[in-house]
Design a protein around this ligand. Structure first.
Ligand code: C2E
Ligand code: MG
Ligand code: MG
Ligand code: MG
Length: 291
């Protein structure tokens, strides 16, 4: 990960206690600068309504256009942000930019809602509710047009406060989603008490669905569970048409995945989004090809 190629048999001395800490500090300083100088960018991945093949929503996924290291995925810098207070300005930046883009695609005639991912640390204080409300107000976007995606793990992080924050956001009228469902630590009691409207099945259950009977059993059960709780259900990580077909037959509501589009600037989603209303032809192709 540190990008040092070490020939076999050669030992490079890195004081274990200091090196990672200083790397994190350098990264934190760079990331703070990146936020100020607008080096972060948002790519979007559409959510497809399986019964119609239409785009109903798009999910914002943050990237860092690093001046030397190129386009960095969230895994390369989010953990550092999440371990510091930087995740707070970062999430506010993502919200502002996503709502700004929302206004642009709405003006272009698209009826897509917008989904933003939220970290565990964002849920550790009720002040987050105020900042989301302020950002919505400044952007003049109605709360029900925004979905906030929260991982199961984030809900377990500090479940008392996190639960209060989720419920307060839901009372604002914001749609709350449980992300990566099935791999976290929360389980069913959280689902029973939280005011969520969508469950997103983690892609590890979806990717090899056709080859794995147990995955199919799990996905089928989660779809039924979600529906019985009055939630809509979205499958993540759909890469093949046979998986999409199976999900349609299993009454899954929405799906996302490379089959339709890889995350891309929102203007690239337009290409695939023009399917006629009521068309049952799923959108294919038009994907950003990241090599
Ligand atoms: P997520 O919210 O579960 O997002 C889905 C991830 O799966 C994205 O990775 C997406 O590019 C990838 N993906 C989508 N379809 C497919 C597929 O068909 N196959 C495969 N193999 N992968 C697929 P990405 O963009 O690297 O984001 C990773 C995670 O980082 C996200 O997972 C989310 O938890 C977090 N994240 C991204 N943007 C933000 C943000 O703005 N704020 C916060 N707090 N977290 C974010
Ligand atoms: Mg997500
Ligand atoms: Mg997810
Ligand atoms: Mg995920």
């Amino acid at each position: 990960y540190r990008g040092k190629h070490v020939p076999t048999g050669v030992v490079v001395y890195e004081p274990a206690a200091t090196r990672p800490a200083s790397d994190a500090l350098v990264m934190q300083r760079e990331l703070r600068r990146a936020l100020e100088s607008d080096e972060l960018v948002l790519h979007y991945q559409p959510k497809i309504e399986l019964s119609t093949g239409r785009v109903t929503s798009v999910e914002a996924l943050v990237r860092w256009q690093h001046p030397e290291r190129g386009l960095l995925p969230p895994a390369a810098f989010l953990p550092v942000a999440e371990r510091s207070e930087l995740i707070e300005p970062l999430t506010r930046w993502v919200l502002r930019r996503a709502l700004h883009d929302y206004a642009a695609w709405t003006a272009a005639g698209h009826d897509w809602t917008v989904a933003v991912n939220v970290s565990a640390r964002n849920l550790s204080s009720l002040q987050f509710v105020d900042s989301v409300r302020d950002i919505l107000r400044q952007a003049e976007v109605l709360p029900h047009r925004l979905h906030l995606e929260i991982t199961e793990t984030a809900l377990a992080f500090d479940s008392d406060v996190a639960g209060q924050v989720v419920d307060a956001l839901a009372r604002e009228g914001i749609s709350m989603s449980v992300d990566d469902f099935g791999i976290g630590f929360t389980g069913l009691s959280q689902l029973r008490t939280l005011d969520v409207t969508e469950i997103k099945i983690d892609r590890t259950f979806v990717a090899d669905l056709m080859g794995n009977e147990h995955d199919r059993a799990i996905v089928r059960s989660v779809i039924e569970l979600a529906h019985r709780l009055g939630c809509v259900v979205t499958a993540e990580g759909v890469e093949t048409q046979d998986v999409a077909d199976w999900l349609v037959a299993s009454a899954c509501d929405h799906a996302q995945g490379y089959l339709w589009l890889r995350p891309a600037p929102w203007t690239q989603i337009e290409d695939g989004a023009g399917a006629p209303a009521g068309s049952d032809v799923p959108l294919v192709g038009a994907a950003e090809r990241t090599t």
